[in-house]
Ligand binder design. Structure first.
Ligand SMILES: Nc1ncnc2c1ncn2[C@@H]1O[C@H](COP(=O)(O)OP(=O)(O)OP(=O)(O)O)[C@@H](O)[C@H]1O
Ligand SMILES: [Mg+2]
Length: 571
């Protein structure tokens, strides 16, 4: 029979971060379960007694080992998984150092029963590192490793073990993590004879999440899927409104391998920006995919930490990925608290924001009374609180929970973004035909952009066609609000598209919508009257209240009443 296990040359062994593999029962669980998964197991069964202090048992239905290989596996640096230094870069399996089994066997009473499914089985017994039993056994294909009396021969380390409940928790977490990393594998966890986890093989990740994190938490998650350049981030992020200060769960993977990195979790949280209270901790499960050469997974003895070549890039893409996932949903955080008094959770009856096509009613049409006095005695439906525009850029008002400051450009951009997305995917926008077409001179890149985005431009209301040389003729334009400058908007949108602005947006339509919304929106520095401000806020609060605009900047800044009271020494 071919020998599959080879002893690593010392040079290779030395390049591998050595260290303490076996720290506590949970690390034994981790090493043994990883071996089972590496062996192609479909089912993995884990049993613990006394938090693993008296027994850790891991059984699998993987490849199993022949007798020779099984004995060899207990040698330091015996591994079937790496044969040269080159293999260490981007190694696809968990194990490669060939030191887990010997390390475990050296500090316990260890037995291994294994069979390749050929009707024979081998039983090995090791006590404190000494192989003292080789026998024929009985077993179906697969391997069972049993670790008894961990650290029986190293009393100092035994003393460092925590309470049974603490060791149990740690081992439970290890199984949960590996179960999330491998939804294709079935797991069972038994604690002192009580079955605590049982998940079938062949689950989808969301099913597996619901099974191990619970259906309630899993139900509060939205999918993350985002790619920029060489990076891709997938997974799940909790809806901002469901995030709480306690009880969150997090899980990171790099190329499917679990690791820990509090700073990357922070980067994910940063994706929420102002969407959550400062104390809230959203649950996150994120898998970062990078080229194997761009991540070093061998910096930690138990392979719990990794090192990225482009750390800053990874943090940025994680933040963007989370923000992107949240951007399109009802990020209805404290909406109730921060709407102006009287604004309900939805638009007043009969005003569907997606129906406002040529949204001339977004701002008061020119022939409506537009002095602020008239407007304030004739409030827009739904709310009456006075609005104050400051620096011709921000809208201030009082809400039940404090003072709210809205960035007018950012708010309008958000409103238009949703509108445009609806237009791009639904019915055409009635455009306003021009008596005299606009003729515009463009650069080659801009002409390419007009051609490439002709359909999107048409859907939002711009009809443009080549007009000889580098000119285009624009025959029809949209009219999203009364202060809209069609020519400037067209020029700027096309220039942005040509320059690849918003290039980070994965989706072509979203990219276009973000570009156009930015250019079509009312700008900072434009004076608005009461009625216009009110219309804008009504529209804003009718969207899935955005915590941020298409650039990821804050749309709304909240100054809590408590904060004011604290600053003025009232509490
Ligand atoms: N459950 C198992 N089923 C089949 N083969 C196994 C099993 N566990 C261990 N082996 C074999 O024994 C070898 C040694 O395992 P060990 O865990 O000590 O090292 P490793 O997994 O190669 O590397 P690492 O030290 O990084 O875990 C493995 O390379 C594998 O060939
Ligand atoms: Mg291993």
């Amino acid at each position: 029979m071919a020998r599959r296990i080879a002893i690593l040359p010392d040079a290779v062994a030395d390049q591998i971060a050595a260290g303490e593999v076996v720290e506590r029962p949970a690390s034994v669980v981790k090493e043994l379960v990883e071996n089972a998964i590496d062996a192609g197991a479909r089912h993995v069964r884990v049993e613990l007694e006394q938090g693993g202090k008296t027994l850790v048992l891991v059984g699998d239905d993987g490849s199993g080992m022949g007798r020779e290989d099984a004995i060899l596996a207990l040698d330091r640096h015996a591994t079937s998984k790496v044969k040269s230094v080159a293999d260490l870069v981007g190694v696809g399996t968990f194990g490669f150092r060939g030191e887990a089994l010997p390390a475990i066997a050296s500090v316990s009473r260890f037995t291994l029963t294994t069979s390749e499914g050929d009707g024979t089985a081998t039983e090995l017994g090791v006590t404190g590192g000494r192989l003292d039993r080789v026998a024929d056994g009985v077993r179906q294909r697969g391997t069972t490793a049993a670790v008894r009396a961990l650290f029986f021969n190293t009393p100092a380390r035994r003393k460092f073990l925590r309470s049974v409940s603490s060791e149990t928790r740690a081992a439970h977490e290890v199984v949960t993590t590996l179960a999330l990393a491998h939804p294709e594998v079935g797991f069972e966890l038994h604690l002192d004879g009580v079955c605590r986890i049982v998940v079938p093989p062949g689950q989808a990740l969301d099913e597996r999440l619901a099974a191990v994190w619970g259906t309630e938490l899993a139900g509060s998650l939205v999918p993350v899927s985002y790619a920029v350049g060489a990076f891709r981030v997938t997974g799940f992020a909790q809806r901002p409104g469901d995030a709480k200060p306690t009880g969150r769960r997090t899980q990171l993977f790099v190329n499917g391998r679990p690791f820990k990195d509090p700073f990357l979790i922070r980067a994910g949280e940063a994706g929420y920006r102002s969407a959550i209270h400062p104390g809230d901790r959203p649950s996150l499960l994120l898998n970062v995919e990078v080229a194997p050469a761009d991540v070093d997974v061998n910096v930690h003895p138990a392979k719990l930490e990794v090192r990225f070549r482009d750390r800053i890039g990874v943090e940025r893409v994680v933040e963007e990925a989370v923000r992107d996932a949240l951007g399109v949903l009802a990020a209805a955080v404290h909406v109730g608290d921060w709407r102006p008094v009287g604004v309900g959770p939805r638009m007043p009856e009969g005003s569907d924001p997606t129906q406002v096509v040529n949204g001339a009613d977004l701002f008061a049409p020119v022939d409506l009374p537009d002095s602020s006095e008239t407007a304030s005695v004739e409030p827009a439906p739904g709310f009456t609180v006075p609005l104050l525009q400051v620096f011709d850029t921000y809208i201030l008002y009082e809400a039940p929970e404090g003072v709210v400051i809205v960035d007018q450009h950012s708010a309008h951009e958000r409103v238009l973004y949703e509108l445009v997305m609806a237009q791009l995917t639904g019915a055409d926008t009635p455009a306003q035909r021009l008596l005299l077409p606009l003729t515009l001179e463009l650069t080659d890149e801009e002409l390419d952009a007009v051609e490439a985005h002709g359909e999107e431009l048409r859907r939002v209301g711009f009809e443009a066609e080549p007009f000889g040389g580098r000119s285009v003729a624009v025959h029809a334009v949209p009219s999203p609000h009364s202060r809209f400058d069609a020519e400037a908007c067209f020029r700027e949108t096309v220039a942005d598209l040509a320059r690849g602005r918003f290039g980070g947006w994965a989706n072509r339509l979203e990219r276009f919508a973000a570009t156009y919304a930015c250019r079509a929106a009312v700008k900072a520095g434009q004076r608005l009257d009461q009625r216009e401000m009110r219309e804008l806020l009504l529209r804003l609060f009718a969207t899935d209240l955005p915590p941020h605009d298409v650039h990821g900047r804050s749309t709304i800044v909240q100054l809590p009443r408590e904060e004011l009271e604290r600053r003025f020494g009232r509490r």
